[in-house]
Design a protein around this ligand. Sequence first.
Ligand code: FES
Length: 180
Amino acid sequence: MKEAESTNSNGEKEKGNNSRREFLQKVGVGSILLGAGATGFQTVRALVPDVLYEASERFKIGLPTQLSEGVTFIEDRRLYVFKEGRSYYAISGACTHLGCTVKYTKLNQPKEIEEDGIKKRINFEFHCPCHGSKFYADGTNFAGPAPRPLRWYNLEQSPDDGQLIVDLGKEVEQNFRLTV
Ligand code: FES
């Protein structure tokens, strides 16, 4: 097929300029479609949340009778679970300063403290190894940079198998006790 000819401003014949123009137009349209496709993909991707699938906030820690009297540390959850006779409660081991794991620290001598006008006798505290924060036995911060008490979490007993269930999504007050 014969290529179309045209004359430029200098009066010279131009061969194949039309087909070149068509080619460039096609490339241009292709680029636009490609760009639109990429934008569309990014828009759809933005609607899909970046979810980190972490361990469930509710989990079982065994039967009440399986826990020892006193304190049990559940390392992978950084959680201290206390058993006092038939009463149970759970305190977070995550320091409220920058999140280091606080250490259960037995006191050589029991200590008298007063909180909200109430005198208490404690024989352990929680100490943070990172920047020296200290917490009383009930998690109240009293030294170092920690701005808040340690968190307490809800405990309940499973109606299915009687195991204790901790709920890290549900904070409770320091006077919480589960009695079974
Ligand atoms: S992380 Fe515990 S005192 Fe800083």
